[in-house]
Design a protein around this ligand. Structure first.
Ligand code: AHM
Ligand code: MG
Length: 335
């Protein structure tokens, strides 16, 4: 039973029995993500002190060179997961290829692979706008006892065991699902503990916010252009409000709480849009569905798309169920 003010640590232990494959391994994995989140949060919070502490590329007082935050976040997550030997492989938006975690002593006995976008929206760091980390967890499909292969990472999103994000915002939150609803935890920075602040998060069935980079309007497919016009028309409960942070985690988080739709469509310049299927869209789609929302590529549920490569991009429509269905209707009618 979840209750407000429960710590994330307590929540993980109490809910372990509800996990599909309950061996404690997934709990340990989420605990490691919780730890890496706190470390990255600390670094992100220091970003504004760049004039004092030194910019990326500078050498600090200990003679260490300062790293860009997205590179640093990547390292922190990979090291935290790899050092604990609780996963058999990691793929990251920041790495060209997946990483095999070789543990000499346990002979590839771990069963989970993790995919991460360590610092999404990192171009927002310089202007003090919220950024996030996105993670996605699968059970490997190749036999335990052998090294992981690409096949373990190229699974449809429907196979995810857990997924979530950390939002480094006005407060830092960790929001995740293991397929039993979505729960949000807020970090108390004074004591470094995440508390359950948003139990059983739900997308409102519909909403009044649409989030899309309208600067690219001219390049959008006709269905998206028509849907945007629909959002702006003075009819029924419209016009809707336009809100676009340009940081997927933040736009998603706001829309889940207030009701809304996020769209990153294909464009004439970019046939598959911009967002990555494995690191961004699948975990967000899993969370959306678990919270009663919807996520699609305009025609098909994101979670049913069969990935073909690690860094594959995909058009993304995600948010309140009725809004996504309406956008899909425009896509169908104008394709
Ligand atoms: P990134 O992985 O390089 O940070 O890019 C992903 C980000 C998303 O967070 C955001 O929604 C989108 O890119 C914004 O893109 P654009 O500036 O093209 O609207
Ligand atoms: Mg990203």
């Amino acid at each position: 039973m979840s209750r407000k003010n429960q710590t994330l640590g307590e929540f993980i232990i109490e809910n372990q029995a509800a996990f599909k494959y309950s061996s404690g391994e997934l709990s340990k994995l989420i605990n490691a993500i919780r730890l890496a989140a706190k470390v990255v949060n600390h670094e992100v919070n220091k970003a504004g002190l760049v004039d004092i502490l030194g910019a990326a590329g500078d050498t600090n007082i200990q003679g260490e060179s300062q790293q860009k935050l997205d590179v640093l976040a990547n390292e922190k997550f990979i090291h935290t997961l790899a050092n604990r030997e609780i996963v058999c492989g990691i793929a990251s938006e920041e790495e060209d290829d997946f990483i095999q975690i070789n543990s000499a002593d346990n002979n590839h006995q771990n069963k989970y692979v993790v995919l991460i976008d360590p610092l999404d929206g990192s171009s927002n760091i310089d202007v003090n706008v919220s950024v996030g980390t996105i993670f996605s967890i699968y059970r490997r499909v190749t036999p335990i006892g052998t090294p992981v292969t690409l096949e373990d990472f190229l699974q449809p999103g429907r196979k995810q065991v857990a997924a979530g994000y950390i939002i480094y915002g006005t407060s830092t939150m960790l929001v995740y699902t293991t397929g039993h609803g979505v729960n949000g935890f807020t970090l108390n920075p004074a004591i470094g503990t995440f508390y359950l602040s948003h139990p059983d998060m739900q997308f409102p069935e519909t909403g009044k916010i649409y989030s899309v980079n309208e600067g690219n309007y001219i390049h959008f497919p006709e269905g998206v252009k028509q849907y945007i016009k629909y959002c702006q028309r003075e009819e029924e409960d419209r016009p809707y409000t336009s809100r676009y942070i340009g940081s997927l985690v933040s736009d998603f988080h706001r829309n889940m709480i207030k009701g809304g739709i996020y769209i990153y469509p294909k464009s004439s310049a970019n046939q598959n849009g911009k967002l990555r299927l494995l690191y961004e869209c699948n975990p967000m789609a899993f969370l959306a569905e678990q919270a009663g929302g919807k996520a699609s590529n305009g025609f098909t549920p994101i979670l049913d798309v069969q990935p073909e490569e690690l860094h594959q991009r995909v058009p993304f429509f995600c948010g309140s169920r009725k809004m996504v269905e309406k956008a899909e209707e425009f896509m169908r009618n104008h394709s």
